[in-house]
Design a protein around this ligand. Structure first.
Ligand code: COA
Length: 261
């Protein structure tokens, strides 16, 4: 049962990159359940179309799936146009498309670094540019970037993703200053470890996850639904004056020192 009014996003239209899986699929589901229409954008047509069909069925909402790689500006521009064609407007862009793997810096090629920067950072920039005209035309526009907390420390094996998410936070703040006067709010969510996601399965193998959990002040992983709640809140009028913020949703992980006792 949602803590939000059921129709809190009625009439909104959101385009969500990376919306076919994981955290961003959860955000899509929450937006649909609260009355928004949603375009899912992702690289894999089969995954995307399955997600669109399942979400449409489970929420009764209107979902459009557009297969596009955020590294292809024309494909992203086409996804925006398809959204406008289907739903007539675009109020919210969620930049969630991301790529990651574990690699020590000495084992990371320049192309490996570039690939993650191109997806996470330049992909978000590309989507922002593609959506700009539509967002500016909306009454109450929001760009919501999905960041991380990796770069708040020197996280080993994550140079590429840390650099990309640090850049995404910079993009969040700069666009907030440039686009705020145009009526576009720009914020980010920085999720901590979220259970039952591909990211946790791939990036915290073996007993790493358990050791991580023991260091989190709330002593548990977050849930996809908890990140989705934060995304609904930031989309809602309750967050009308929150702008340029990176909202950390991590059970306190990032502010906790290594536990000594
Ligand atoms: N360790 C080191 N380098 C790696 C790597 C790994 N595990 N995985 C990819 N790379 C490097 C490749 O070696 C390549 O560099 P090179 O040309 O110098 O060899 C570069 O990254 C591009 O790899 P490629 O597989 O051709 O790119 P891609 O566009 O097909 O996929 C990712 C890139 C990052 C998206 C891919 O790792 C992936 O599909 N990951 C799963 C999905 C995902 O990351 N989801 C997010 C979970 S948080």
């Amino acid at each position: 049962m949602s803590v939000f009014q059921a129709d809190i996003l009625h009439g909104h239209v959101a385009l969500i990159t990376g919306g076919g899986t994981g955290i961003c699929r959860g955000i899509a589901e929450a937006y649909l359940r609260h009355g928004a229409c949603v375009t899912l954008v992702g690289r894999r047509p089969d995954v995307l179309q399955a997600a669109a069909a399942e979400l449409s069925l489970s929420t009764g909402g209107q979902v459009l799936g557009v297969a596009a790689d955020v590294r292809q500006p024309d494909a992203v521009a086409d996804a925006v146009q398809q959204t406008l064609g289907r739903f007539g407007r675009l109020d919210t862009l969620v930049n969630g498309a991301a790529g990651n793997f574990l690699a020590p810096a000495v084992g990371l090629s320049a192309n490996g670094l570039r690939t993650v920067l191109e997806i996470d950072l330049i992909g978000a920039f590309t989507a922002c540019k593609a959506a700009f005209d539509a967002l500016q035309a909306a009454d109450d526009a929001l760009v919501l970037n999905i960041s991380a907390t990796l770069h708040h420390h020197g996280t080993p094996l994550q140079l590429h993703a840390s650099a990309a998410k640090a850049g995404l936070d910079a993009l969040t703040r700069t666009l907030a200053v440039e686009w705020g006067p145009l009526g576009i709010r720009v914020n980010a969510i920085a999720p901590g470890p979220i259970g039952d996601t591909e990211g946790m399965r791939r990036l915290a193998p073996g007993d790493v996850g358990e050791r991580m959990r023991a260091q989190i002040p709330l002593r548990r992983f977050g849930t996809v639904a908890e990140i989705a709640d934060a995304a609904v809140f930031l989309r809602s009028r309750a967050a009308a004056y929150i702008h340029g913020a990176v909202l950390v949703v991590d059970g306190g992980q990032v502010i906790a020192p290594p536990s000594l006792f």
